[in-house]
Design a protein around this ligand. Structure first.
Ligand code: ATP
Ligand code: PAF
Ligand code: BAL
Length: 287
């Protein structure tokens, strides 16, 4: 396996390998890899002859005052983990390699899908994500690209961008990988102190309680207001948790809904702050 730092080198590598009989799978990440990222690389390896994983902390998806500078980084460890998971190449470019001097093009998916949830709390975030993912798709030119359901809104937005722009790539969304106690794996979990880490399980437990209530068959079990209250009250029971949002929306469009309807999926999504650390989690609800 090799580490590639420039777009030109990656293009040369793509020309040097036999792509006639091998599809190329791509896993974009911001590094500090954990089992969630590795599950994407393993899925890519199982479905493609070649796998490229990128490690790039993308400055344009962070707003001023967010954690771009302090975002955890360890490229040596990432290289080893990506290789063990099955990557053939780790693409680890510098910022100036990706955003060429004078670069001023932005890719934006408009509408509800980018305005709700994390788009409301981080108004410039998704524009940064769709721009970097478009640039990476153009450099790597993968057949298949792998994203995690942990960032459910991001996955929906990327799928929409690919459809809207006719980008020739298949977007594959892989399940959330969790710690033993149910906390969704995230590079940002390292920011949590021991007490915050203990309380952080409330995101998953709140979502689980809503799913259980939906399955209970109670008269109001399909009510979005009732299910939202159940999640909120569980998260509020943890004194260090500060809710950014708890929302249940249409699972495809992120439009508002009032009830879980048979045959349709809803997305229950939460963002919660513990001190300066903002965690997200979600669960698909259906009957
Ligand atoms: N627990 C997880 N299970 C499955 N996929 C995940 C998980 N965590 C992250 N991913 C996916 O890995 C890809 C890269 O994500 P990223 O590098 O931002 O990791 P992260 O751990 O989510 O970090 P962050 O702290 O920024 O949320 C994304 O497609 C993301 O959805
Ligand atoms: C898709 C991504 C790698 C773009 O920087 C990032 O948003 C992430 O890690 O989810
Ligand atoms: N996985 C999401 C990356 C971010 O929070 O910027």
């Amino acid at each position: 396996m090799s580490m590639i730092k420039t777009a030109a080198e990656l293009e040369a590598w793509c020309r040097s390998v036999d792509r006639r009989n091998k599809t190329l799978g791509f896993v974009p990440t911001m590094g500090y890899l954990h089992e969630g990222h590795c599950s994407l690389i393993k899925a890519a390896k199982s479905q493609n002859g070649l796998v490229v994983a990128s490690v790039f902390v993308n400055p344009t998806q962070f707003a001023p005052g967010e954690d771009f500078e302090s975002y955890p980084r360890d490229i040596g460890r990432d290289y080893k983990l990506a290789r063990e998971a099955g990557a053939d190449v780790v693409f680890n470019p510098e910022v100036g390699e990706i955003y060429v001097p004078g670069s001023s093009t932005v890719i934006e998916v408009t509408g509800n899908i980018t305005k709700k949830l994390c788009g409301a709390s981080r108004p410039t975030h998704f524009e940064g994500v769709t721009t970097i993912v478009s640039i990476l798709f153009n450099i790597v030119r993968p057949d298949n690209a792998y994203f995690g359901q942990k960032d459910a809104q991001q996955a929906l937005i990327i799928k929409k961008m690919v459809r809207d722009l006719h980008i020739p790539v298949e977007v594959i969304v892989c399940p959330i990988v969790r710690e033993m106690d149910g906390l969704a794996m995230s590079s940002r979990n390292v920011y949590l102190n021991p007490e915050e880490r203990k309380q952080a399980t409330c995101l998953n437990v709140g979502l689980q309680k809503a799913a259980e209530y939906l399955a209970s068959g109670a008269v109001d079990c399909r009510s979005v207001t009732r299910l939202t209250e159940i999640i909120e009250s569980h998260i509020h029971s943890r004194d260090l948790a500060v809710i950014d949002y708890v929302k249940i929306l249409d699972g495809e469009t992120l439009d508002d809904i009032t009830a879980i309807e048979p045959g349709k999926t809803a997305l229950a999504a939460v963002a919660v702050k513990f001190g300066k650390t903002r965690l997200i989690d979600n669960r698909v609800l259906s009957i």
